[in-house]
Design a protein around this ligand. Structure first.
Ligand code: MG
Length: 287
């Protein structure tokens, strides 16, 4: 299933199911995406049945919102593609060294935005706004000390995420949080694809384009720490909750590692694509 949150006719965001080019309204069935994620397998079967009878609206007549507004920070992997780890270390004159353990940081809940929302650009805040396309995992159920062999049972689904980064802020304090958490710096969507539709999330092409010019092109098979390893690591001694979002890291080709470095400017169109999941299109907009 492709699950969305959408606005239509001025109503606050509703939950819907996308079938072909139409959105089926699920607001009479579940009040929120969090409620939908909490449903049992039987509950999800009811949603699927609803697809045949529910009222529908053409997809191009709705405004898609972030499919999920997380309750706590988005958890992210840094340096989880070897080529990206190397390009950043080279750009920062650091020794080339691949991580031995997952590198985890977070993005504020307030950074999360929709698949077509503008990326705010404020010269007073940052001049070095960069792109990082990523596959994101949505956690299905509460778990702690999850063995890697069982970790995929904890995956509800997947979405596309761009871990938009203010590199100048990221460098200032040597901590990622501030530079990763500006408003609108975490577009996600356009929907959550449920895990059953993507039996192998470790062989998906991942691409990022700026003004239709390809900047990043890789495949999720190149992740250093795969999804089960990441879930097992994160959940060790730390409870994961339903609706948690985990961004699995970005491949090489980010702006900061280019010669000369490239950053986004107002008017730039950022396209983020994960094969089998979907596409984001966000325009950088001066504020
Ligand atoms: Mg990232």
């Amino acid at each position: 299933m492709k699950l969305v949150r959408y606005e239509h006719n001025g109503r606050s965001p509703q939950v819907g199911l996308v079938v072909e080019e139409r959105v089926i309204d699920l607001s009479g069935v579940v009040p929120s995406m969090h409620a939908l994620i909490a449903l049992s397998a039987d509950g999800l079967a009811v949603i699927q049945q609803h697809a045949e009878t529910g009222q529908s609206i053409p997809l191009d007549e709705v405004k898609l919102c972030a499919p999920l507004q997380p309750r706590r920070n988005v958890m992210c992997l840094g340096k989880n593609y070897a080529d990206h780890a190397r390009e950043m270390q080279a750009a920062n004159d650091e020794p080339i060294e691949l991580p031995k353990f997952p590198v985890i940081f977070t993005k504020a809940t307030t950074s999360v935005s929709g698949p077509n929302d503008p990326i705010p650009f404020d010269l007073q805040v940052s001049t070095d706004i960069d792109w990082e396309v990523e596959l994101a995992v949505i956690i299905a159920k509460q778990g702690k000390n999850i063995p890697a062999e069982q970790a995929m049972e904890y995956v509800f689904g997947y979405t596309v995420l761009n871990d938009v980064t203010a590199r100048d802020l990221q460098r200032q304090g040597k901590q990622f949080f501030k530079g990763k958490s500006l408003d609108g710096s975490c577009p996600i969507g356009p929907w959550i694809v449920t895990a059953d539709e993507l039996p192998n999330p470790h062989n998906l092409n991942v691409r990022c384009l700026v003004n239709d010019i390809e900047k990043q092109a890789s495949n999720t098979r190149n992740m250093i720490f795969d999804i089960p390893t990441t879930i097992a690591y994160l959940s060790r001694g730390m409870t994961l909750l339903p609706g948690d979002i985990i961004a699995t890291g970005t491949p090489d080709g980010v702006g900061a590692a280019r010669t000369p470095p490239e950053f986004l400017r107002p008017g730039d169109v950022l396209t983020s694509i994960v094969e089998g999941v979907g596409e984001l299109r966000n325009v950088v907009t001066a504020v």
